[in-house]
Design a protein around this ligand. Sequence first.
Ligand SMILES: NC(=O)c1ccc[n+]([C@@H]2O[C@H](COP(=O)([O-])OP(=O)(O)OC[C@H]3O[C@@H](n4cnc5c(N)ncnc54)[C@H](OP(=O)(O)O)[C@@H]3O)[C@@H](O)[C@H]2O)c1
Length: 253
Amino acid sequence: MLSIVLLGTGNVAQQLFDALYVLPDVTVAQVYGRNAKGLDYFEERCPVTTNSDGIGTADLYIIAVSDKAIPQVSQLLKGKKGLVAHTSGSAPMNAIHAPKKAVFYPLQTFTKGRTVNFKEIPICLEVAQKEDASILEALALKLSNNVTWITSAQRKKLHVSAVIVNNFANHCYQMAAEICEAEQLPFDLLQPLIQETATKILHVSPKEAQTGPARRNDVLTQQEHLELLKNPLHKKLYQLLSESIRQQYEEKL
Ligand SMILES: NC(=O)c1ccc[n+]([C@@H]2O[C@H](COP(=O)([O-])OP(=O)(O)OC[C@H]3O[C@@H](n4cnc5c(N)ncnc54)[C@H](OP(=O)(O)O)[C@@H]3O)[C@@H](O)[C@H]2O)c1
């Protein structure tokens, strides 16, 4: 039986807890959170504590707190013998102040209340000491069919890519939603397009999949669009993204 203490009560902690809770041969022995309210989600299924002196012993401590709090929270585990892993895409493994350190980065967007299928989520691992690799990999393989070993430097680059495809794409949805709302057009009209954009790149490369006025270097349409955009930041983003697309296809124009 692998015992785990989870530190943090946010988006990742909740989703990870739900996935770990049902695993055979794994027990979530405790959840630590700095405020009692955050622990409500866990307390019916598992012992919880807000007292850092009351953190119990475990084989593995998973720190799922804000990136900047990782060093501080890892120091609460001073003297513990278990392996200490964080879940961040961008924090280096060395953000953890413990001799037995690791990274357990699930590459997905997590939001409280949204259930995700961990089997499909890539889990990116790293350990400081080789002898800790097997315990971490065994756990990751129980959760997911997609487990990979990468370094902190590689993970940082993967995280930039993740921010671009998720955060930036989502921000574009937000911009489009604002434009639709201003014209009383339902954002839902764009849903099939959003779906197909995501599905298409399962079959063709992003470069092949691109369409639209910037790829075609249709300057007139781009100018009309720029006149319609009221928000100066949206205008700037439209120009920058269009220029980036245009340059990508320049040689073929
Ligand atoms: N969300 C994602 O999509 C995602 C995906 C992959 C990896 N990650 C990584 O997973 C980690 C957690 O992200 P998240 O989205 O779950 O964050 P979150 O929802 O914002 O939750 C952050 C948690 O950290 C706690 N915390 C912050 N500062 C603390 C401190 N000084 N001491 C103790 N606890 C502290 C917060 O407690 P309070 O509630 O008291 O503020 C909260 O429980 C981050 O490293 C993030 O990069 C996130």
